[in-house]
Design a binder for this molecule. Structure first.
Ligand code: GLU
Length: 466
């Protein structure tokens, strides 16, 4: 059996967003699921729009998501000589021809066809045919090279997403495959690359469906069997528009910076156009075990921020505390905060109430830096009637020695304070939470206090009297 070889072929124009990276996820997953090879090819021939910054986001995003290519990145700009070589081959076999039609003539032709309600297309003026006399070659005009598309018959392929697609060759005109300066055009480069890289499965966005019959014809002209195609439906944004940077799509690396887990992202993206029964939450390993091209969705998927957060929260909940704390530490390190071995239990205690690493880091921050107590919380909870109880708690906690600074002993101290002051637990717990963490909503108070050192607790409780 031939080895599966897939590729992701982004154009580095603008920062890749979730819609784009999903077009990397499936070819990557298919290669991994079948023991195949995943190739990265950067399609950077649009010199005006391609940027290094955009290449960097592609590479960083893929490495963050753990979608490293087995081969590449290959850059099309470094392969220009190869394209010229194959072009020469097509010229030799008479499958391309020079066309001297000027832009003005092309415009006039388009105008005429549009007025006659015909589809604008090149009319074959310069296409050599037996017995046909070509117009005289205008002087000083450099020709483009056009591909001699078959004039009859059908191009068809069995798309793994869309099913059988058939296009009549009469619908296709002769594509320009080299510009007047000899540089090859997009559809031609893609085919040469897919041939040279021995791609077996082209899995890409369905904005390329229209290119596919043209590409298949070029494959055939070069005597190579075209690959299997799977054209993925578009990803829409929350407003139902095609996701794009212009309408606010974020660069994929921004999700890393906002505290999403790579595995959660892979899980979420996987479901944007593929399914495994009703499974919503799965690990990377499960995904790779399950993935095949038979369950790709046919309709456009819509991005849903709340769902992404939910998926991330589920992954955070089940993630090992140690691994989680290492990721949270990176956020705290960035702010110059020195952490210690409490960070792991802190993550364990707070992770259930967080949907991003940033949210978890914000909780952890209370243990490693000063906090701001919002005035409205202070006024609401740290009321005159609890000040004595807070003082009592503080002095009792001060008497606990280091060995007794445990959740259990702290729970006993809290009970004693309640007994001695006749307050109810919430009356005491709310102000303590507000003073320690700036909010009345925290996990169980004894567990929270136990993770602070006694000095900080006493300091923060003292503020109550001011
Ligand atoms: N470079 C193209 C794009 O970014 C993809 C081409 C392909 O996958 O064949 O849309």
């Amino acid at each position: 059996m031939t080895t599966v070889r897939t590729r992701f072929a982004p154009s580095p124009t603008g920062f890749i967003h979730l819609g784009n990276i999903r077009s990397a996820l499936y070819p990557w997953a298919y290669a991994r699921a079948t023991g195949g090879v995943f190739i990265l090819r950067i399609e950077d021939t649009d010199l005006d729009r391609s940027t290094q910054a955009s290449v960097d986001v592609i590479l960083e995003g893929m490495s963050w998501l753990g979608m490293q290519p087995d081969e590449g990145p290959f850059y099309q700009m470094q392969r220009i000589e190869r394209y010229r070589e194959v072009l020469a081959q097509l010229q030799q076999t008479g499958q391309v021809y020079p066309c001297y039609m000027s832009l003005e003539e092309l415009d006039a032709l388009r105008e005429k066809q549009t007025q006659a309600k015909e589809k604008p297309r090149y009319d074959g003026t310069w296409r050599p045919e037996p017995g046909k006399e070509l117009p005289p070659i205008p002087s000083g005009v450099k020709p483009v090279l056009r591909f001699k598309n078959p004039t009859s018959g059908m191009v068809s392929w069995d798309d793994k997403v869309k099913g059988l697609i058939q296009i009549s060759n009469e619908e296709l005109d002769d594509l320009v495959i080299a510009r007047p300066d000899g540089t090859p055009t997009y559809n031609f480069c893609v085919v040469v690359d897919d041939i040279d890289m021995k791609i077996t499965h082209v899995i890409r966005g369905d904005d390329h469906v229209n290119n596919t019959p043209r590409q298949i014809n070029i494959f055939k002209a070069l005597g190579v069997e075209p690959p299997v195609y799977a054209h993925l439906p578009t990803v829409l944004n929350e407003a139902g528009e095609k996701m794009s940077k212009r309408n606010g799509a974020k660069a994929v690396t921004q999700y890393r910076d906002e505290g999403y887990l790579a595995d959660a992202m892979v899980n979420y993206l996987a479901r944007l156009g593929w399914s495994h029964g009703d499974d919503e939450i799965f690990s990377r390993e499960q995904f790779l075990q399950w993935f095949n091209l038979d369950h790709l969705g046919k309709s456009a998927a819509q991005f849903d921020d709340a769902k992404l957060r939910w998926v991330n929260a589920q992954h955070m909940k089940t993630m090992d505390d140690q691994r989680l704390s290492l990721l949270v530490k990176e956020f705290l390190d960035r702010d110059g905060l020195k952490t210690d071995d409490r960070l792991m239990p802190i993550c364990g205690l707070f992770k259930d109430r967080c949907d991003t690493l940033v949210a978890l880091a914000n909780w952890a921050r209370c243990f490693y830096s000063d906090i701001e107590v919002p005035n409205e919380e202070r006024e609401k909870h740290v009321v005159t009637g609890v000040l004595d109880a807070l003082g009592l708690l503080s002095s009792k906690l001060a008497h606990l020695d280091a060995a007794s600074w445990t959740k259990e002993s702290i729970a006993l101290v809290l009970k004693e304070v309640l007994a001695e002051t006749s307050l109810k637990m919430p009356q005491l717990a709310m102000p303590v939470r507000v003073l320690l963490m700036g909010t009345p909503q925290t996990p169980s108070l004894d567990a929270v206090i136990a993770l602070f050192d006694s000095k900080t607790v006493i300091e923060r409780l003292k503020v109550a009297k001011n």
